[in-house]
Design a protein around this ligand. Structure first.
Ligand code: RTP
Ligand code: MG
Length: 147
């Protein structure tokens, strides 16, 4: 089983879309193994987006992601990294598949609702930025008939 990292951006919380987005992830078969609400500080946001340092959208992006609480999570599943990227959709909601999270609810590139790690290296790095190992929990999902 592969692990990946996602966080719901401040506008997802402000728009009341937390439940709907998490439901989508659960229905898509991702197992939530860590979950918390936090407000990112300058250091955390800078580390998370360090590959974009200096780009024209970097400063507004930094400001936006620190503008309110986010919901950070670790998701587990088969091919979780690629599957989550597909479920989330392309960066620009206008280019994202209509059925993807960004395609369904996104309005602008910056406020595209959710982040998803783009590679195994990013996933490990980003999980470690947000979670301690003891915050990642082990449990068994109920199977049909065991509910
Ligand atoms: P993410 O990292 O949030 O999952 O998104 P991504 O891989 O699809 O996109 P990436 O290229 O890593 O960009 C990170 C975030 O920066 C904002 N962005 N704004 N032209 C722009 O104004 C622009 N380009 C990127 C988006 O919020 C994007 O998710
Ligand atoms: Mg990215």
């Amino acid at each position: 089983m592969e692990r990946t990292f996602a966080y719901l951006k401040p506008n997802a919380i402000q728009r009341g879309l937390v439940g709907e987005i998490i439901t989508t992830l659960e229905k898509k078969g991702f197992k939530i193994v860590a979950l918390k609400m936090i407000v990112m500080d300058e250091h955390l946001a800078g580390e998370l987006y360090r590959e974009h340092t200096g780009k024209d959208f970097f400063v507004p992006l930094m400001k936006f992601v620190q503008s309110g609480p986010v919901v950070a999570m670790v998701l587990e599943g088969e091919n979780a990294i690629k599957r989550l990227r597909h479920t989330v959709g392309r960066t620009d909601p206008l280019e994202a598949d209509a059925g993807s999270i960004r395609g369904r609810y996104g309005v602008s590139v910056r406020k595209n609702l959710i982040h998803a790690s783009d590679s195994p290296e990013s996933a490990s790095r980003e999980i470690a930025l947000f979670f301690e190992e003891r915050e990642i929990l082990d449990y068994t999902l109920a199977l049909e008939g065991e509910l």
